[in-house]
Every structure is written in structure tokens, then in C-alpha cells.
Ligand binder design. Sequence first.
Ligand code: NAP
Length: 257
Amino acid sequence: MPEQTRTGILIPQNYQPSAKALAGKTILVTGASDGIGRSAALSYAAHGATVVMLARNVEKLEAVYDQIEALGGPQPAAVPFDLSQDNEEAFISLAGVIEEQLGNLDGLLLNASILGQRRAIEQSAWNDWRDVMQLNVHSQFLTAKSLMPLLREAPRASIVFTSSGVGRAGKAYWGAYAVSKFATEGMMQVLADETENTSNIRVNCINPGATNTAMRRAAYPAEEPSSNLSPDAIMRSYLYLMDDASTGRTGCSFNAQ
Ligand code: NAP
């Protein structure tokens, strides 16, 4: 596929996930306690996946856990974990726990991010810049790196990074967040190139587009929240990328809207 058609693409129009599209798969979702990650966890479980939900807020994770049980999905796993820690050993231990307790991993949705300050680069605080990069870039590297051995063992594995419109075209006052999303697109391309033709792992990005979540409301406080789609409304794209239907698609940056 020519490079220019690999960014900003939509999933096939006729894709309709079957009820058990993800049956037998184990999928780790970062940032599963709220927003888009929460919807993805619920949606993956509703389509038969065993979901490993990672975030910091235990109460919110437990609420998603209960919802998955109520809808009759496979028993999920809730993993309270702070992705912002600057400690590779913690990520290696995390991968060890997942391997020990679940035995396999077929999907990794790298979704957790923070917005940071919306300021001009000249006004940006170093601490904030570093925090955004730590979570939005470095934690994705550490998570993906530590889980690659497990993903390699799956018959077909999918890694999905989460991008943004401001990670494809620079925009004033989006500072570290925008730069972190450019890095995310870059990491996806590098990893996709490394794994293409040599493994079972496909690697793509998804840009959810404006979606009614806490992050969107923080970025646009004057906006009417209901003017944007709910996370549940964009789940078809998230399902497609974890479904074997997307086998063979790698190195692509999708738009959910
Ligand atoms: P959100 O509502 O703010 O949710 C963020 C999630 O990340 C929460 O579950 C949060 O859980 C988790 N998280 C934050 N810091 C963490 C940490 N240190 N360790 C572990 N988990 C952490 O965000 P969202 O709007 O759903 O965004 C999801 C993704 O879509 C992000 O990558 C975002 O950049 C991207 N995106 C969103 C929009 C939009 O309009 N919403 C547009 C473009 C791109 P805890 O607080 O429990 O840790």
C-alpha cells in the first residue's frame, strides 16, 4: 500500500463484528478505568475477549469489572498500575504477572494518555512536559517492549497505539501532548516496520477524533460535551483493529471518525 494512503484511513465500511469476534483472545487495555479505554474494555469483553484492564483508579476499575461480569463476558483482570513510573523493572514485572496469570496475550491497546498544559512551547513548564512525555511516550515504549515476547507467541497479535489529529499536523498551544502524539505515530511506524513480514504482530494507530470524555472536556471547557460522539459510538474501529478481520493491516494510522 502506498505510504500516502496509510494515514487518516477508515476501517472497511462493510466491517460488522460478529457477536464472538474476539472469543479466545486476551487483550490488555491501558487507561481502562474511564473514557475511551473503559468503552473499549467493555466492548472487547462483550465480543468475547478476556480483558486485562490497567489504570490507577481501583474503584473505577472495579466498576468496569462489575459491568463486564454483569454483561456475561469472560472474567476480566483488573491491574492497578501507574504507567508514569520511570522504572523499567516495574513494566517487566507487569508483563511477568500477565504471563503467569493469563498465559497469553493477543492484543494491546495503548490508550492511556494525559493532556498536560495547553500552552505555547515558550511558556511550557519542564515538569509538565516531562510528565506528558513519560506517560504518553515512554510508558508506551516500556509496555510494548515488555509485552512483545508474549505477543509473539500469539497466533495473530495486534498492537494499537492511540494518536490524535494534533499528532499529525502541528498546532499552536498543544505543546507536549501534540509532540507526544507525533512520537506515538513514529513509534507505531518503527515497530510496524520491524515486525512486518517477520512476525505475527500487526501494529497500527487509531485517532479516536473528538469524543466526549474527561480529556476532551478539559481541552475544550466551553464546548457542549454532547456535541461530540460518546466513546461507545466509535467502538467499531477499535473492534476491527483487534479482530482477525484486520490481519495484514500494519503500519497504518486509522481515524475512528
Ligand atoms: P480520559 O477520559 O482522560 O481517560 C484517560 C485514561 O488514562 C483513564 O482511564 C486514566 O485512568 C488513564 N491514565 C491516566 N494517567 C494514567 C497513569 N499514570 N497510569 C495509568 N493509567 C493512567 O482520556 P480519553 O479521552 O478516553 O483518551 C483516550 C485516548 O484517546 C488518549 O490517548 C487520548 O490522547 C486519545 N484521544 C482522545 C480524544 C478525545 O476527544 N477524547 C481525541 C484524540 C485522542 P486513571 O486515572 O484511573 O489512572
